[in-house]
Ligand binder design. Structure first.
Ligand SMILES: [Zn+2]
Ligand SMILES: [Zn+2]
Length: 198
């Protein structure tokens, strides 16, 4: 026996113990699984958030194949796995769309297109033309989000940051273009020829 009568604390170590942490993408690198792993659980109460995150972590999460019927508005508007009610109904009734409990759902709808200080500084250092390119890109992102408010727009900030860095690199490269690579290459070619003549 692992414990003595009346003594709740174990005297020996747990017999079987995993040696490594469970990794749900160890044998499954499919885009579907990776996409599930990237999901951010939002709009539900803390308890339900934990439940859904657990399902994701241990590979129990099953994405919805078709929208489900919301018992409140009776429309097929439930687009998230394990949710009972649709997001608009849950918002209106100020309840969790999964368990239906009245709850103050954290509004996670943070404006992802808002540039942080660092990004704003970077934007300022861009040449005018690149800056306009970026602002067009930003406007497109904003439009995408407002066109599809129900869709999860992930990595918007990462995308914006990547775009900024890309433009910054491109701008730096254009600055360097006075030093043409071509000259350097042809010098090397000359060397080769001289050597082969020897
Ligand atoms: Zn509804
Ligand atoms: Zn809930």
């Amino acid at each position: 026996m692992s414990t003595q009568r009346g003594n709740g604390s174990r005297t020996r170590a747990q017999k079987y113990k995993n040696t490594s942490v469970f990794k749900n993408d160890k044998y499954d690198k499919t885009p579907k699984n990776l996409q599930i792993n990237r999901l951010q659980v939002v709009n539900v109460c803390e308890h339900c958030k934990g439940v859904i995150e657990w399902k994701i972590k241990y590979k129990k999460y099953k994405p919805l194949t078709a929208p489900a019927k919301c018992p409140k508005c009776l429309e097929k508007t439930v687009k998230h796995s394990y949710h009972t009610y649709c997001i608009p109904c849950a918002r209106e009734a100020k309840m969790c769309p999964k368990c239906g409990k009245k709850t103050a759902i954290e509004e996670v709808e943070e404006d992802q297109t808002k540039l942080d200080n660092e990004m704003q500084q970077l934007l300022k250092t861009l040449p005018e033309r690149k800056r306009r390119t970026f602002l067009r890109y930003l406007a497109n992102k904003k439009k995408e989000i407002s066109d599809e408010p129900d869709k999860k727009h992930e990595h918007v900030k990462d995308d914006l940051e990547a775009k900024l860095n890309e433009l910054k690199l491109a701008a730096n490269k254009e600055d360097d273009e006075d030093f043409s690579d071509d000259d350097f290459d042809s010098d090397l070619d000359d060397c080769d020829e001289e050597e082969s003549e020897d």
